[in-house]
Design a protein around this ligand. Structure first.
Ligand code: NDP
Length: 401
């Protein structure tokens, strides 16, 4: 019982298993399972070629709890890392409980028929995991994930109190394609087209999607338009850091991406309700996903950098202070190491680090945890060690907007 079972053979799953294979002292046995065995085998071949490590593969429909529990019982991992889609979260958590194994994911549960991601469905599992002495770790990607740990680091080491927090997610990369999403297109488009929402003085403030824009000059990327959005870590940060009066999330988008999205929305291609086509029901957004490039295919064509971090304003030793903690990741460097672009890399590496901290017992507990509830220090150390170095910058003043 010393191995890990990774479910989901997309861009994020690919990065995670490559990085796990590079850390054999922790990950003694790696199994990659996904809906299509061919994708697992292609990743296994790349892992073998790049690292010399052999990983096992399996075909699995993770919506099927009994099949997932049976695979866990056959593989006997100490941890299941869920890098499939948010729709599978509850089924995989059920299977983990059934088979008596720990759980980790990077995105919170979302029902298929409603674009409404939220934590309450997974938080409801807390007592069941606690009763079994098992640990479930939620949101261990970059955002949520690293940005939540950055917030914990700020609160532990840089500020005595945080008053406002802004999460800034910039992808300055260019893949040369007119329209391609850098993580699962269906999940990405559901997220981007949802109304904006931020936390202000104990309440959620809602607005239309992509209506509020600011320009920010990102280090090593340059000035970019970023848009106020709802993002899942706002919910857990507001819960676990009740002192923070305002929490906002901003993401950059290029003109071409937004223009395509608007047209696709106008013609109904982003709808998630079924429509009849040639005698059978199809979901327009799922059809669109099928014809868009897979995120895992963008590694070789993406140039530029991501820059993602948090700006926190508060007080240190009675004095006002604003700090900016961020990571810059280069698409081409990420691709050279694992064959995947930086958005998959910045999600797969934190998943691997969270898994390593759980397997080595540095992060332990019984119940369901969000990443910001755990000690940020070992995670911050390992980010530097495993390819996501971070920087802290003193800001002369709080954000002016
Ligand atoms: P992909 O679509 O590239 O990969 C998802 C994989 O899961 C695919 O291989 C897919 O199979 C597989 N899968 C889907 N349904 C099932 C099922 N029922 N059973 C087994 N396997 C299944 O997505 P990404 O790799 O880009 O993203 C993976 C996850 O990471 C998503 O949940 C995404 O939301 C999350 N994410 C989190 C981020 C963060 O910072 N926290 C950032 C980016 C992503 P198939 O190939 O057959 O479709």
């Amino acid at each position: 019982m010393s191995g890990v079972l990774v479910i989901g053979a997309g861009g994020v799953g690919s990065v995670a298993v490559h990085k796990m294979a590079m850390c054999p002292e922790v990950f003694l046995h790696i199994t990659l399972a996904s809906r299509r065995i061919g994708k697992c085998e292609a990743i296994a071949a790349s892992v073998k070629h790049r690292t010399g490590v052999t990983i096992a593969t399996a075909e699995l429909d993770a919506d099927d709890v009994a099949a997932t529990a049976a695979l866990i019982e056959a593989v006997k991992p100490r941890l299941v890392v869920n890098l499939a889609l948010p729709y599978q979260d509850l089924a995989i958590m059920e299977a983990c409980l059934k088979a008596g194994v720990n759980y980790l994911d990077t995105a919170n549960y979302e029902p298929r028929d409603e674009a409404r991601f939220a934590y309450h469905w997974q938080w409801a599992y807390r007592e069941r995991f606690r009763a079994e002495g098992l640990m479930a770790l939620l949101g261990c990607g970059f955002d949520p994930g690293v940005t939540s740990v950055f917030t914990g680091h700020v609160r532990k080491h840089l500020l005595d109190r945080i008053d406002s927090l802004d999460i800034l997610d910039c992808n300055g990369g260019d893949n040369g394609l007119p329209f391609a999403t850098n993580f699962n297109p269906e999940i990405n488009i559901r997220e981007v087209t949802a109304p904006s929402r931020h936390w202000e003085k104990g309440e959620w403030v809602e607005g239309p999607a992509l209506a509020q824009k600011q320009v920010f000059d990102f280090e090593e990327v340059g000035p970019r338009n970023m848009y106020l959005m709802y993002h899942e870590e706002l919910e857990s940060l507001a819960r676990f850091y009740p002192e923070i009066k305002r929490i906002r999330f901003w993401m950059t988008f290029g003109e071409s991406y937004l223009r395509h999205l608007e047209v696709l929305g106008n013609v109904g291609m982003t709808r998630i309700d079924p429509v009849m086509f040639e005698g059978r029901e199809i979901i327009p957004l799922q059809f669109l996903k099928a014809i868009l490039p897979e995120p895992s295919s963008l590694g070789a064509v993406t140039r530029g950098k991501t820059n993602i971090g948090v700006i926190a304003t508060g007080e240190k030793n009675g004095q006002p202070r604003t700090v900016y903690v961020f990571n810059i990741c280069d698409h081409e460097t990420a691709n050279a190491e694992t064959g995947n672009q930086a958005v998959s890399y910045t999600t797969g590496v934190p998943a691997m680090i969270g898994a390593a901290l759980m397997l080595t017992g540095q992060w332990r507990g019984a119940g369901v945890f969000n990443i910001e509830q755990l000690n940020p220090d070992p995670f911050m150390d390992q980010l530097k060690r495993y390819g996501l170095p971070w920087q802290v910058k003193e800001m002369p003043a709080p954000l002016a907007f």
